[in-house]
Write a protein that binds this ligand. Sequence first.
Ligand SMILES: [Zn+2]
Length: 489
Amino acid sequence: MSIDAPKNIGTKFTSRRKFLKGAVGIGLLSASATNVKAASSKIVNQGKIKAKNCIFLVVDGMGRGTLSLANDYALCCTGRPLNWINLLENKKVRTSLQNTASASSLVTDSAAAGSAWASGQRIRNGQINISMEGESLEPFFLKAKALGKAIGLVSTARITHATPASFVASVANRDDEDIIAHQYLEHEIDLLMGGGARHFIRPGCSLLEDFKRKGYSCFRTKSSMLKNVKASKILGLFGDTHLPYALDRKHSKQYFQVPKLEEMFQFALSNLSRNKSGFCLQLEAARVDHAGHAKDMASIVEEQLEFDRCIPIAVDFVDKNPDTLLIITTDHGTGGCQLNGIGNRYEGVYKTMDRINKIKASYEFLAEKLHQIKNPEKQLFSSLLGIGLSEKDLKVIKSMMDQTYSIFPFGYREKTSQGYEGYRHDYLAANLGSYFERYFYEQTGVAWTSDAHTSELVDLIAYGACSGSIPQYMQNYELNGLLRNALEI
Ligand SMILES: [Zn+2]
């Protein structure tokens, strides 16, 4: 199936001539892209100045149900709405809905969605900046770099994961994260911060040394991060794989050296903004998506709240630097997370936020604890989830640990250097999510449509320089031309 895939604008980014041909092609390729530009000229422009800087904030996998649930939680617990909602209420922002279909499915993955933004084409799920004709595409961050702008990637996932990678890398298989790490070095990305140390530091691999030789400051803890704010090139790796969930970082002292997303963001902003020709920064709250796959209600809320704390930092920067274009968006929905009415006249949901508050750990954290203690204990579930388990429950959970549990045999696993067999925590976490799904629905009204991505239209907010050019509805790949136009690249 091919869905409205733009024709042949692929270009090898090693060839400037081909690239120029490709850029012309973007103008010609589709009536809808042209219409977006024509329509945007009639929209009241939010300042005529071009953008020197671009801050691109992405929540991975945020459907509107997730945004709404987190906003209900914020209102209930703090009396204030999310900063996301506050921004809509109080600032002159542009809003847009995006269609996120990829070239191979109505339901995109992060690789195809990120590539659409970065290169302006719909491509197949699973690939990063590879055109339908098999050619490498040049993401606009690299074009910005060639013009002297500093570029940076920040994520709570492995920094080599699909969304950050799609802003600068080009690979036929998104799982080739070792290759992506090499491409980061090759392109000398100015700032890289997140998880994924295993793709830089592994037996027989000199990649970390190569980064150091090229002048990078490399560090693995929050304390050393804070000492390096003036360094010119940054490689901050705060975990072997994805960073721990915000919920676990909040409650578990073992993660106190992992910086919060907003701390990495502040660091990245002060570092990159020293560059006189401007900067482009992509920041991703990656684990909203992971919590959606795992049907992990408390984690998805806490991840969304952490992302939300980045919004005022970005808005403040734009207010002080009006030649900055700020984009706040998501690449697709995950899990179909929704607060549904329960109880008489739906009044059961008044207890929902209190119930979420009683959860002190993610399923991922719980799974790791279970692996350590070998046998499920009632006390673990009562202290971390606020659930009193029966003996029958404990037997089922033991069967998950023995991998004989049949409801969800594959779980949400990730590939390791040892193959799929080497990593089982996500299998257990996903099974716990499925097992407690019904229980938490009855307690809170929070339910999921599946453990997969969704095709829903997704939200976007634009603020600052050239934000007036963003139309109210667009195909995700159309954002690319608008950003390049704003940045004059
Ligand atoms: Zn996902």
